[in-house]
Design a binder for this molecule. Structure first.
Ligand code: GLP
Length: 240
């Protein structure tokens, strides 16, 4: 695990965007594993800026997102598909048909998960996976549990996650289930970049890096990955 302490949120976002950008420049046909949440917004903004300057070309990039809420349509402004479109895909020249998010509308979740595993397999696996970090140590929507998870599955969100994310659902009930890549799917990515900011993440950051590798802190599994870069601001790093 390589730890990089950034000066602040903007510095962290630029640094993470630099690695994603280098990946796309070195391998124009790269498969990017992408994340949602408030943390990656700055990195996506930076990528759009570099694209507008002519420094980046997404024409041959494929993307697979970590997760999606169960029951939300792509048009719902709280769906992760909508988030990706508005924060990144609508502003760069990526081929939307090569951008994948689990299908939260498929009533048969097992079918949706199997289809998503097949997509990840058929695109040749993930070159670079971007991750945020939940307050409780979750990655994607892999919540603290008794065992590490495997491939894409339907997850019941924990109270901690419902509490952390309900601010995004002021006018409607927050979905209680999601479809998420499993821990094995994430660990199979060739390179992983995790970003975390703010004091609310400090304990999860500590457990991820200094704690035992345990499904009680899903992100701790990253200690076993050969190529992980973790970008933190000072607040998120304050318990290290
Ligand atoms: C959500 C997402 C995660 C994200 C996490 C942290 O639950 N499924 O992928 O990393 O929340 O979100 P934020 O960046 O808003 O703190």
């Amino acid at each position: 695990m390589l730890l990089i302490e950034a000066k602040d949120y903007n510095d962290m976002s630029r640094k993470a965007a630099n690695i994603i950008s280098a990946q796309v420049i070195m391998k124009p046909h790269a498969v990017l594993g992408l994340a949602t949440g408030s943390t990656p917004v700055g990195a996506y903004k930076q990528l759009v800026e570099w694209y507008n300057k002519g420094d980046l070309d997404f024409a041959n990039v494929t993307s697979v997102n970590l997760d999606e809420y169960k029951g939300l349509s792509p048009e719902n402004d709280q769906s992760y598909r909508y988030f990706m479109n508005t924060n990144l895909f609508n502003h760069v020249n990526i081929n939307k048909e090569r951008t994948f998010v689990p299908n939260g509308l498929e009533p048969d979740s097992e079918k949706a998960c199997a289809a998503y595993n097949e997509i990840i397999r058929s695109v040749g696996g993930i070159d670079l996976q971007l991750l945020g970090l939940g307050n409780n140590g979750h990655i994607g929507f892999n919540e603290p549990a008794k065992e590490f998870t495997h491939t894409t599955y339907k997850v019941a969100l924990t109270q901690s996650t419902l509490d952390a994310n309900k601010r995004f659902f002021p006018d409607s009930d927050m979905p209680r289930y999601a479809l998420t890549m499993g821990i094995d799917s994430i660990m199979q990515a060739k390179r992983i970049v995790l970003i975390a900011t703010g004091a609310a993440k400090a304990q999860a950051v500590r457990d991820m890096i200094r704690g035992a590798v345990s499904p009680e802190c899903p992100a701790s599994i990253l200690q076993n990955h050969a190529d992980v870069h973790i970008f933190l601001d000072r607040e998120a790093a304050k318990l290290l």
